[in-house]
Design a protein around this ligand. Structure first.
Ligand SMILES: [Fe+2]
Ligand SMILES: [Fe+2]
Length: 161
């Protein structure tokens, strides 16, 4: 690990977090009459916190945070179009979980890389771990909500059949 590579990675996270702010903001509007809409609104605030804390680390390293554009679409490949089109809460939750999983995987890799190469301050590693924990909590909420929806659907089918 060197400074250039670290900045490259941090800018990638900076962009991903920005994309997630936009995504959760638009989802909070789409589900604004639901509790879920409020949760998405909170998630957008938390992801904005990640944008800001990573942006601050990039500046500490003497660089300017740079938005790399849409990093979510390439990550999802053929599913990308579904993000904009997804109106069904179940689909939205599945897509969100995929994105959070990818964020967690990449945070884990960067943390491991910094520790094994003995590069980066303790503060930076702690910050990345804290962001990782937030993503982990988001994922767990999505999973709980999804299984709640599926259980209701199942129960309804039992009654109707
Ligand atoms: Fe985040
Ligand atoms: Fe998250």
């Amino acid at each position: 690990m060197d400074k250039e590579r670290l900045l490259e990675r941090l800018n990638w996270f900076y962009s991903l977090e920005l994309n997630q702010v936009d995504l959760y903001k638009s989802q909070s509007k789409a589900f604004q009459n639901d509790y879920t809409g409020r949760v998405f609104e909170r998630l957008a605030v938390i992801e904005q916190g990640h944008v800001d804390n990573i942006g601050a680390k990039i500046r500490e390293l003497g660089a300017q945070p740079t938005r790399l554009g849409d990093v979510i679409a390439p990550m999802l490949g053929h599913l990308a179009g579904k993000i904009i089109g997804a109106t069904k809460l179940e689909e939205v939750l599945k897509i969100n979980t995929m994105i959070e999983f990818k964020a967690m995987k990449d945070y884990r890799e960067l943390i491991k890389n910094l520790i094994t190469s003995n590069y980066g301050s303790k503060d930076l590693i702690k910050l990345l771990q804290d962001n990782y924990i937030d993503e982990n909590l988001h994922t767990e909420w999505f999973k709980t909500k999804l299984s709640e929806l599926q259980t209701t659907e199942f129960a309804l089918k039992q009654v109707l059949l």
